[in-house]
Design a protein around this ligand. Structure first.
Ligand code: ADP
Ligand code: ZN
Length: 615
């Protein structure tokens, strides 16, 4: 087994480095990549925890190319295998896959290639490992390594458990000397331990990267007219970009997609209520076209490895910080600036609390859901750096990031103790004196002294708290309620979202507990109209180079269409951007651009130079 490593201080580059340059066209490894690749080339087992976009694929692809034999990749993402294999073929790497979507003769061809050693990489769906025939096939060829992608699927703790993954322990028993590399972007400790235990990876070396995604700008804004806010956000910051918009319900997915389309923005819906064909077609368009928006429930996204998603927007609150992290993480895999944008308001808190109340499962289960939601709410209400809060969830610490809304324009906090006392005592009085409970809107009306029909009907203008809250606006009061709910000082109950006190309410009412609150910006979206916070799509591109970039994009779209592959498989945006900036005039110069490997240069070099020459 050749390690391909040369001795001697930097005298020569390693085999891995050469493959990185020649095949992938990249000049250097990122983060832990180099250490991981060398470790696996040397025959070691590895557990790799790296965020989305961190560059996990190279960690097994390069060792597979350097070691003799075929790298066998176990992946649950069957729908993406064709694209993965197309991308590798386009790089000149010999790759194939075996899954249930194939015709038997296609499968036989791939099997023959594997046995003959004519493949560098073979992608396998996990359920194939349960088949005796697959095990026999693997015995007939030479395996360079086993890569277990999306390794969290082996864990019952994850949200994506696949029973077939349990069969993976067989690999080690059968091939104890072939290195295994398990990779995942799911970071919680429980999941991590479960992967190690179930795959028997106790002696594997662990590579844990930071889960920070510095190129993603995190922003959470007050929700008032969510669809309008979304439209404004897209128009001002991401006019021609690909993005994902998440909504809670199928109905709001449909409505939002229609609203965007009516307003001249190309958007398609995606949710579990659509038939398979439509869903697959919309996903495929998203992957293949430039600048398409998908409006989706969380059914969409698992394994979407489109590198140039420029924004992820949430119109409804995710149920947990982990969900939020996974969903927003689909933006900016290519490392270029991207935005995670969310609108959030009182209705979200009420709705999520209600969903938990109505959920199946025992009290312990509901309690867990509560804790998840509380962590998410704390992230929404924080007056400190969002990123710091997010990373704390993964037990990472760091200084304020400078690239989230709270860092960029720090929110003010104010002493909301008196306001909280007014609100809580209104709830208390209605309950004690009248045995009544009401939703937030009505209680705010009472505090603000509004003599509307509902107030008069219930004689609520006679309550001592009537009109004591005129110092704050409706919006501000809703902010108070939202934050009290978020911090558990108030609770909602039942279908109508009526407010009730909690044990902690008494601390505010009677024990002098202080309540610091976040100030509500009166007009949240105004700022973004005048000065968008998000960076433009191509920050490192001078405006003079933009037409060149657009021309290259057009060429890429046409080329990709001709070949029936997603545009990013031809070249990534980052590569096109660099070409537009450097304007190479020879094949040699073009070959120096990051992302232009040997094969791509031979295949696309001339046409790209021609596009440039026409400008
Ligand atoms: P992950 O699977 O961890 O989400 P990928 O393997 O898809 O990430 O890589 C994310 C992006 O980063 C891809 O576009 C990939 O080509 C690019 N990339 C990975 N490693 C490097 C590197 N060393 N230099 C430049 N680009 C890289
Ligand atoms: Zn920050």
């Amino acid at each position: 087994m050749g390690t391909g490593r040369t001795s001697g201080e930097g005298a020569e580059t390693s085999a891995a480095q050469q493959v990185l340059r020649r095949v992938f066209g990249y000049s250097s490894f990122r983060g832990d990549q180099s250490a991981i690749v060398e470790h696996v080339i040397d025959g070691g087992d590895a557990l790799v925890l790296m965020p989305t976009g961190g560059g996990k694929s190279l960690c097994y692809q390069i060792p597979a190319l350097v070691r003799p034999g075929v790298g066998v990749v176990i992946s649950p993402l069957i729908a993406l295998m064709q694209d993965q294999v197309d991308a590798l073929n386009d790089l000149g790497v010999r790759a194939g896959f075996l899954n249930s979507t194939q015709y038997p003769d296609e499968r036989r061809t791939v099997e023959a290639q594997f046995v003959a050693g004519e493949l560098d990489l073979l992608y396998l769906a996990p359920e194939r490992l349960r088949m005796e025939s697959t095990m026999r096939l693997l015995e007939r060829g030479e395996v360079a390594l086993f890569a277990i992608d999306e390794a969290h699927c082996v864990s019952q703790w994850g949200h994506d458990f696949r029973p077939d993954y349990l069969g993976l322990s067989l690999l080690h028993e059968q091939w104890p000397h072939i290195p295994r590399i398990a990779l995942t972007a799911t970071a919680t400790e429980k999941t991590r331990d479960d992967i190690i235990q179930r795959l028997g990876l106790d002696s594997a070396r662990r590579f844990v990267s930071s889960f920070d995604r510095p190129n993603i700008q995190y922003r959470i804004e007050p929700k008032n007219r969510p669809e309008r806010q979304l439209l404004e956000f897209i128009r001002t910051e991401h006019p021609d970009d690909a993005g994902i918009v998440y909504c809670l319900s199928r109905n709001s997915v449909e409505k939002t997609a229609a609203f965007l389309t009516e307003n001249g923005i190309t958007a398609v819906p995606y949710h579990a209520g659509l038939d398979n064909r439509t869903r697959a077609a919309h996903q495929s368009r998203f992957l293949r076209e430039d600048g398409l928006i998908v409006v989706a429930t969380i059914a969409f996204g698992m394994g979407i490895d489109k590198p140039d998603v420029r924004f992820v927007a949430h119109l409804d609150l995710p149920k947990s910080v982990e969900g939020y992290y996974q969903e927003t993480g689909r933006a900016g895999r290519d490392g270029a600036p991207a935005t995670a944008w969310m609108v959030y308001g009182l209705s979200d808190v009420v709705q999520q609390r209600k969903l938990i109340d109505m959920s199946d499962g025992d009290a312990a289960h509901r309690r867990r859901l509560q804790l998840h939601l509380d962590a998410m709410l704390a992230l929404c209400e924080t007056v400190s750096c969002r990123r710091t809060g997010l990373l704390a969830y993964f037990a990472e610490s760091g200084p304020p990031c400078g690239n989230c809304d709270t860092c960029l324009s720090p929110p003010e906090s104010w002493d909301g103790t008196v306001a909280a006392q007014k609100m809580l005592s209104a709830v208390l009085r209605l309950d004690r004196e009248r045995g009544q409970s009401f939703g937030a809107g009505h209680i705010v009306d009472i505090l603000r002294g509004k003599q509307n029909p509902k107030v008069l009907q219930h004689d609520h203008h006679e309550l001592t708290v009537f009109g004591v809250g005129n110092d704050l606006s409706d919006t501000e009061w809703r902010g108070v309620v939202r934050q009290l709910l978020a911090s558990g000082l108030l609770a909602v109950r039942g279908d109508y979202g009526v407010l009730t006190l909690t044990d902690a309410s008494a601390e505010v009412l009677f024990d002098g507990r202080r309540v610091p609150l976040r100030r509500e910006p009166e007009r949240a979206s105004k700022r973004s109209r005048t000065a968008p916070m998000g960076k433009p799509t191509a920050p490192d591109l001078a405006s003079a180079d933009l037409p060149v970039f657009e021309k290259l994009r057009e060429w890429r779209a046409a080329t990709a269409k001709e070949q029936g592959v997603p545009a990013y498989i031809v070249f990534h945006d980052a590569t096109l951007r660099e070409i537009a900036a450097r304007k190479p005039v020879s094949m040699a110069q073009l070959g120096e651009v990051s992302g232009v490997g040997e094969n791509k240069l031979a295949k696309y070099g001339q046409p790209v130079l021609e596009v440039l020459a026409e400008m």
